[in-house]
Ligand binder design. Structure first.
Ligand SMILES: Nc1ncnc2c1ncn2[C@@H]1O[C@H](COP(=O)(O)OP(=O)(O)OP(=O)(O)O)[C@@H](O)[C@H]1O
Ligand SMILES: O=C(O)c1ccc[n+]([C@@H]2O[C@H](COP(=O)([O-])O)[C@@H](O)[C@H]2O)c1
Length: 249
């Protein structure tokens, strides 16, 4: 029997790009082709404002843009749990929270109090898709650069990396200039849990990044077809990313 999986992408989404949405599609295709997993949902979890990364705009705006971008998406949902915590939360805790909540909910057959915020990111027809006996695994969906950041000294705790890879698992999308097999080979922890790391090769190479989108916006260059139209309208409306009086349609 296939294991039900939710793919969770945590990051800045500053702003959300078409590549963020595409990551979910290619990861789901890949996992289904492998035959071992049943991807029952996708979750986008934008980072808390307190993460404090340069140029990070408020979570309110980032959440609103994701909501607009997902309006026509029938399987990827927004989770605002991380962004609404008191402060920044480690990725390990985010994965654990989502996995615990969904499994408790499934076991209880609706009889526990799940708060509104958590109901919002759960897949539609979750009971039908999973029944009560099949535990859902929440896997971290990320790009190769995020995996590479595991090697930045002092950034991630070793025990967190071990829990993320060992208890959840990674689905990693290739990115230009990152040699994933070599990076994994050089890490003892990653090699130990190799079976839990799925590498998804994006053959239709595409280097859209939020950094490049912000740069284009600052320079009044068009970002159409790189981010969803509704997100462009929102950026225009609130003059985000230095886009005042610019032509970004
Ligand atoms: N072009 C891409 N290819 C593969 N993965 C990507 C790509 N763009 C973003 N991602 C992944 O999406 C997740 C969320 O990323 P994030 O919001 O930090 O996007 P980003 O575009 O890399 O941001 P920034 O340019 O601001 O650093 C991360 O796991 C990141 O690796
Ligand atoms: O959990 C950790 O220890 C941890 C350490 C560094 C980064 N992260 C997460 O990694 C995500 C991407 O960060 P960044 O800086 O690459 O945009 C963001 O969601 C952070 O919360 C998480």
């Amino acid at each position: 029997m296939r294991t039900p999986v939710i793919l969770l992408a945590s990051g800045c989404f500053n702003p959300l790009t078409n590549m963020h949405l595409r990551m979910f599609e290619i990861a789901r295709d890949h996992l289904h082709r492998m035959g071992q997993y049943d991807v029952i949902g996708g979750v986008i979890s934008p980072v808390h404002d307190a993460y404090g990364k340069k140029e990070l705009i408020s979570a309110t705006h980032r959440l609103n843009m994701i909501k607009l971008a997902l309006q026509d998406n029938d399987w990827v949902k927004l989770s605002d749990w991380e962004a609404k915590q008191e402060s920044w939360t480690r990725t390990r805790q985010i994965l654990q929270h989502h996995q615990n909540v969904i499994n408790a909910y499934l076991k209880s057959e609706n009889n526990i109090n799940v708060n509104e915020a958590d109901l919002n990111w759960m897949p539609d027809n979750i009971h039908k898709q999973c029944g009560t006996n099949r535990g859902v695994v929440v896997k971290l969906l990320c790009g190769a650069d995020l995996l590479e950041s595991f090697g930045t000294p002092g950034l991630w705790a070793d025990e967190d990396i071990e829990a993320i890879v060992g208890e959840h698992g990674l689905v990693v999308i290739t990115r230009l200039n990152v040699n994933l097999p070599e990076f994994i080979y050089n890490s003892d922890i990653l090699t130990k849990y190799l079976a839990n790391i799925m590498i998804v090769t994006e053959f239709i190479r595409n280097e859209i990044s939020s950094t490049k989108i912000r740069r284009a916006l600052r320079r009044s260059e068009s970002v159409k077809y790189l981010i969803p139209d509704k997100v462009i309208d929102y950026i225009n409306k609130y003059s985000l990313y230095g886009s005042q009086n610019t032509k970004i349609f």
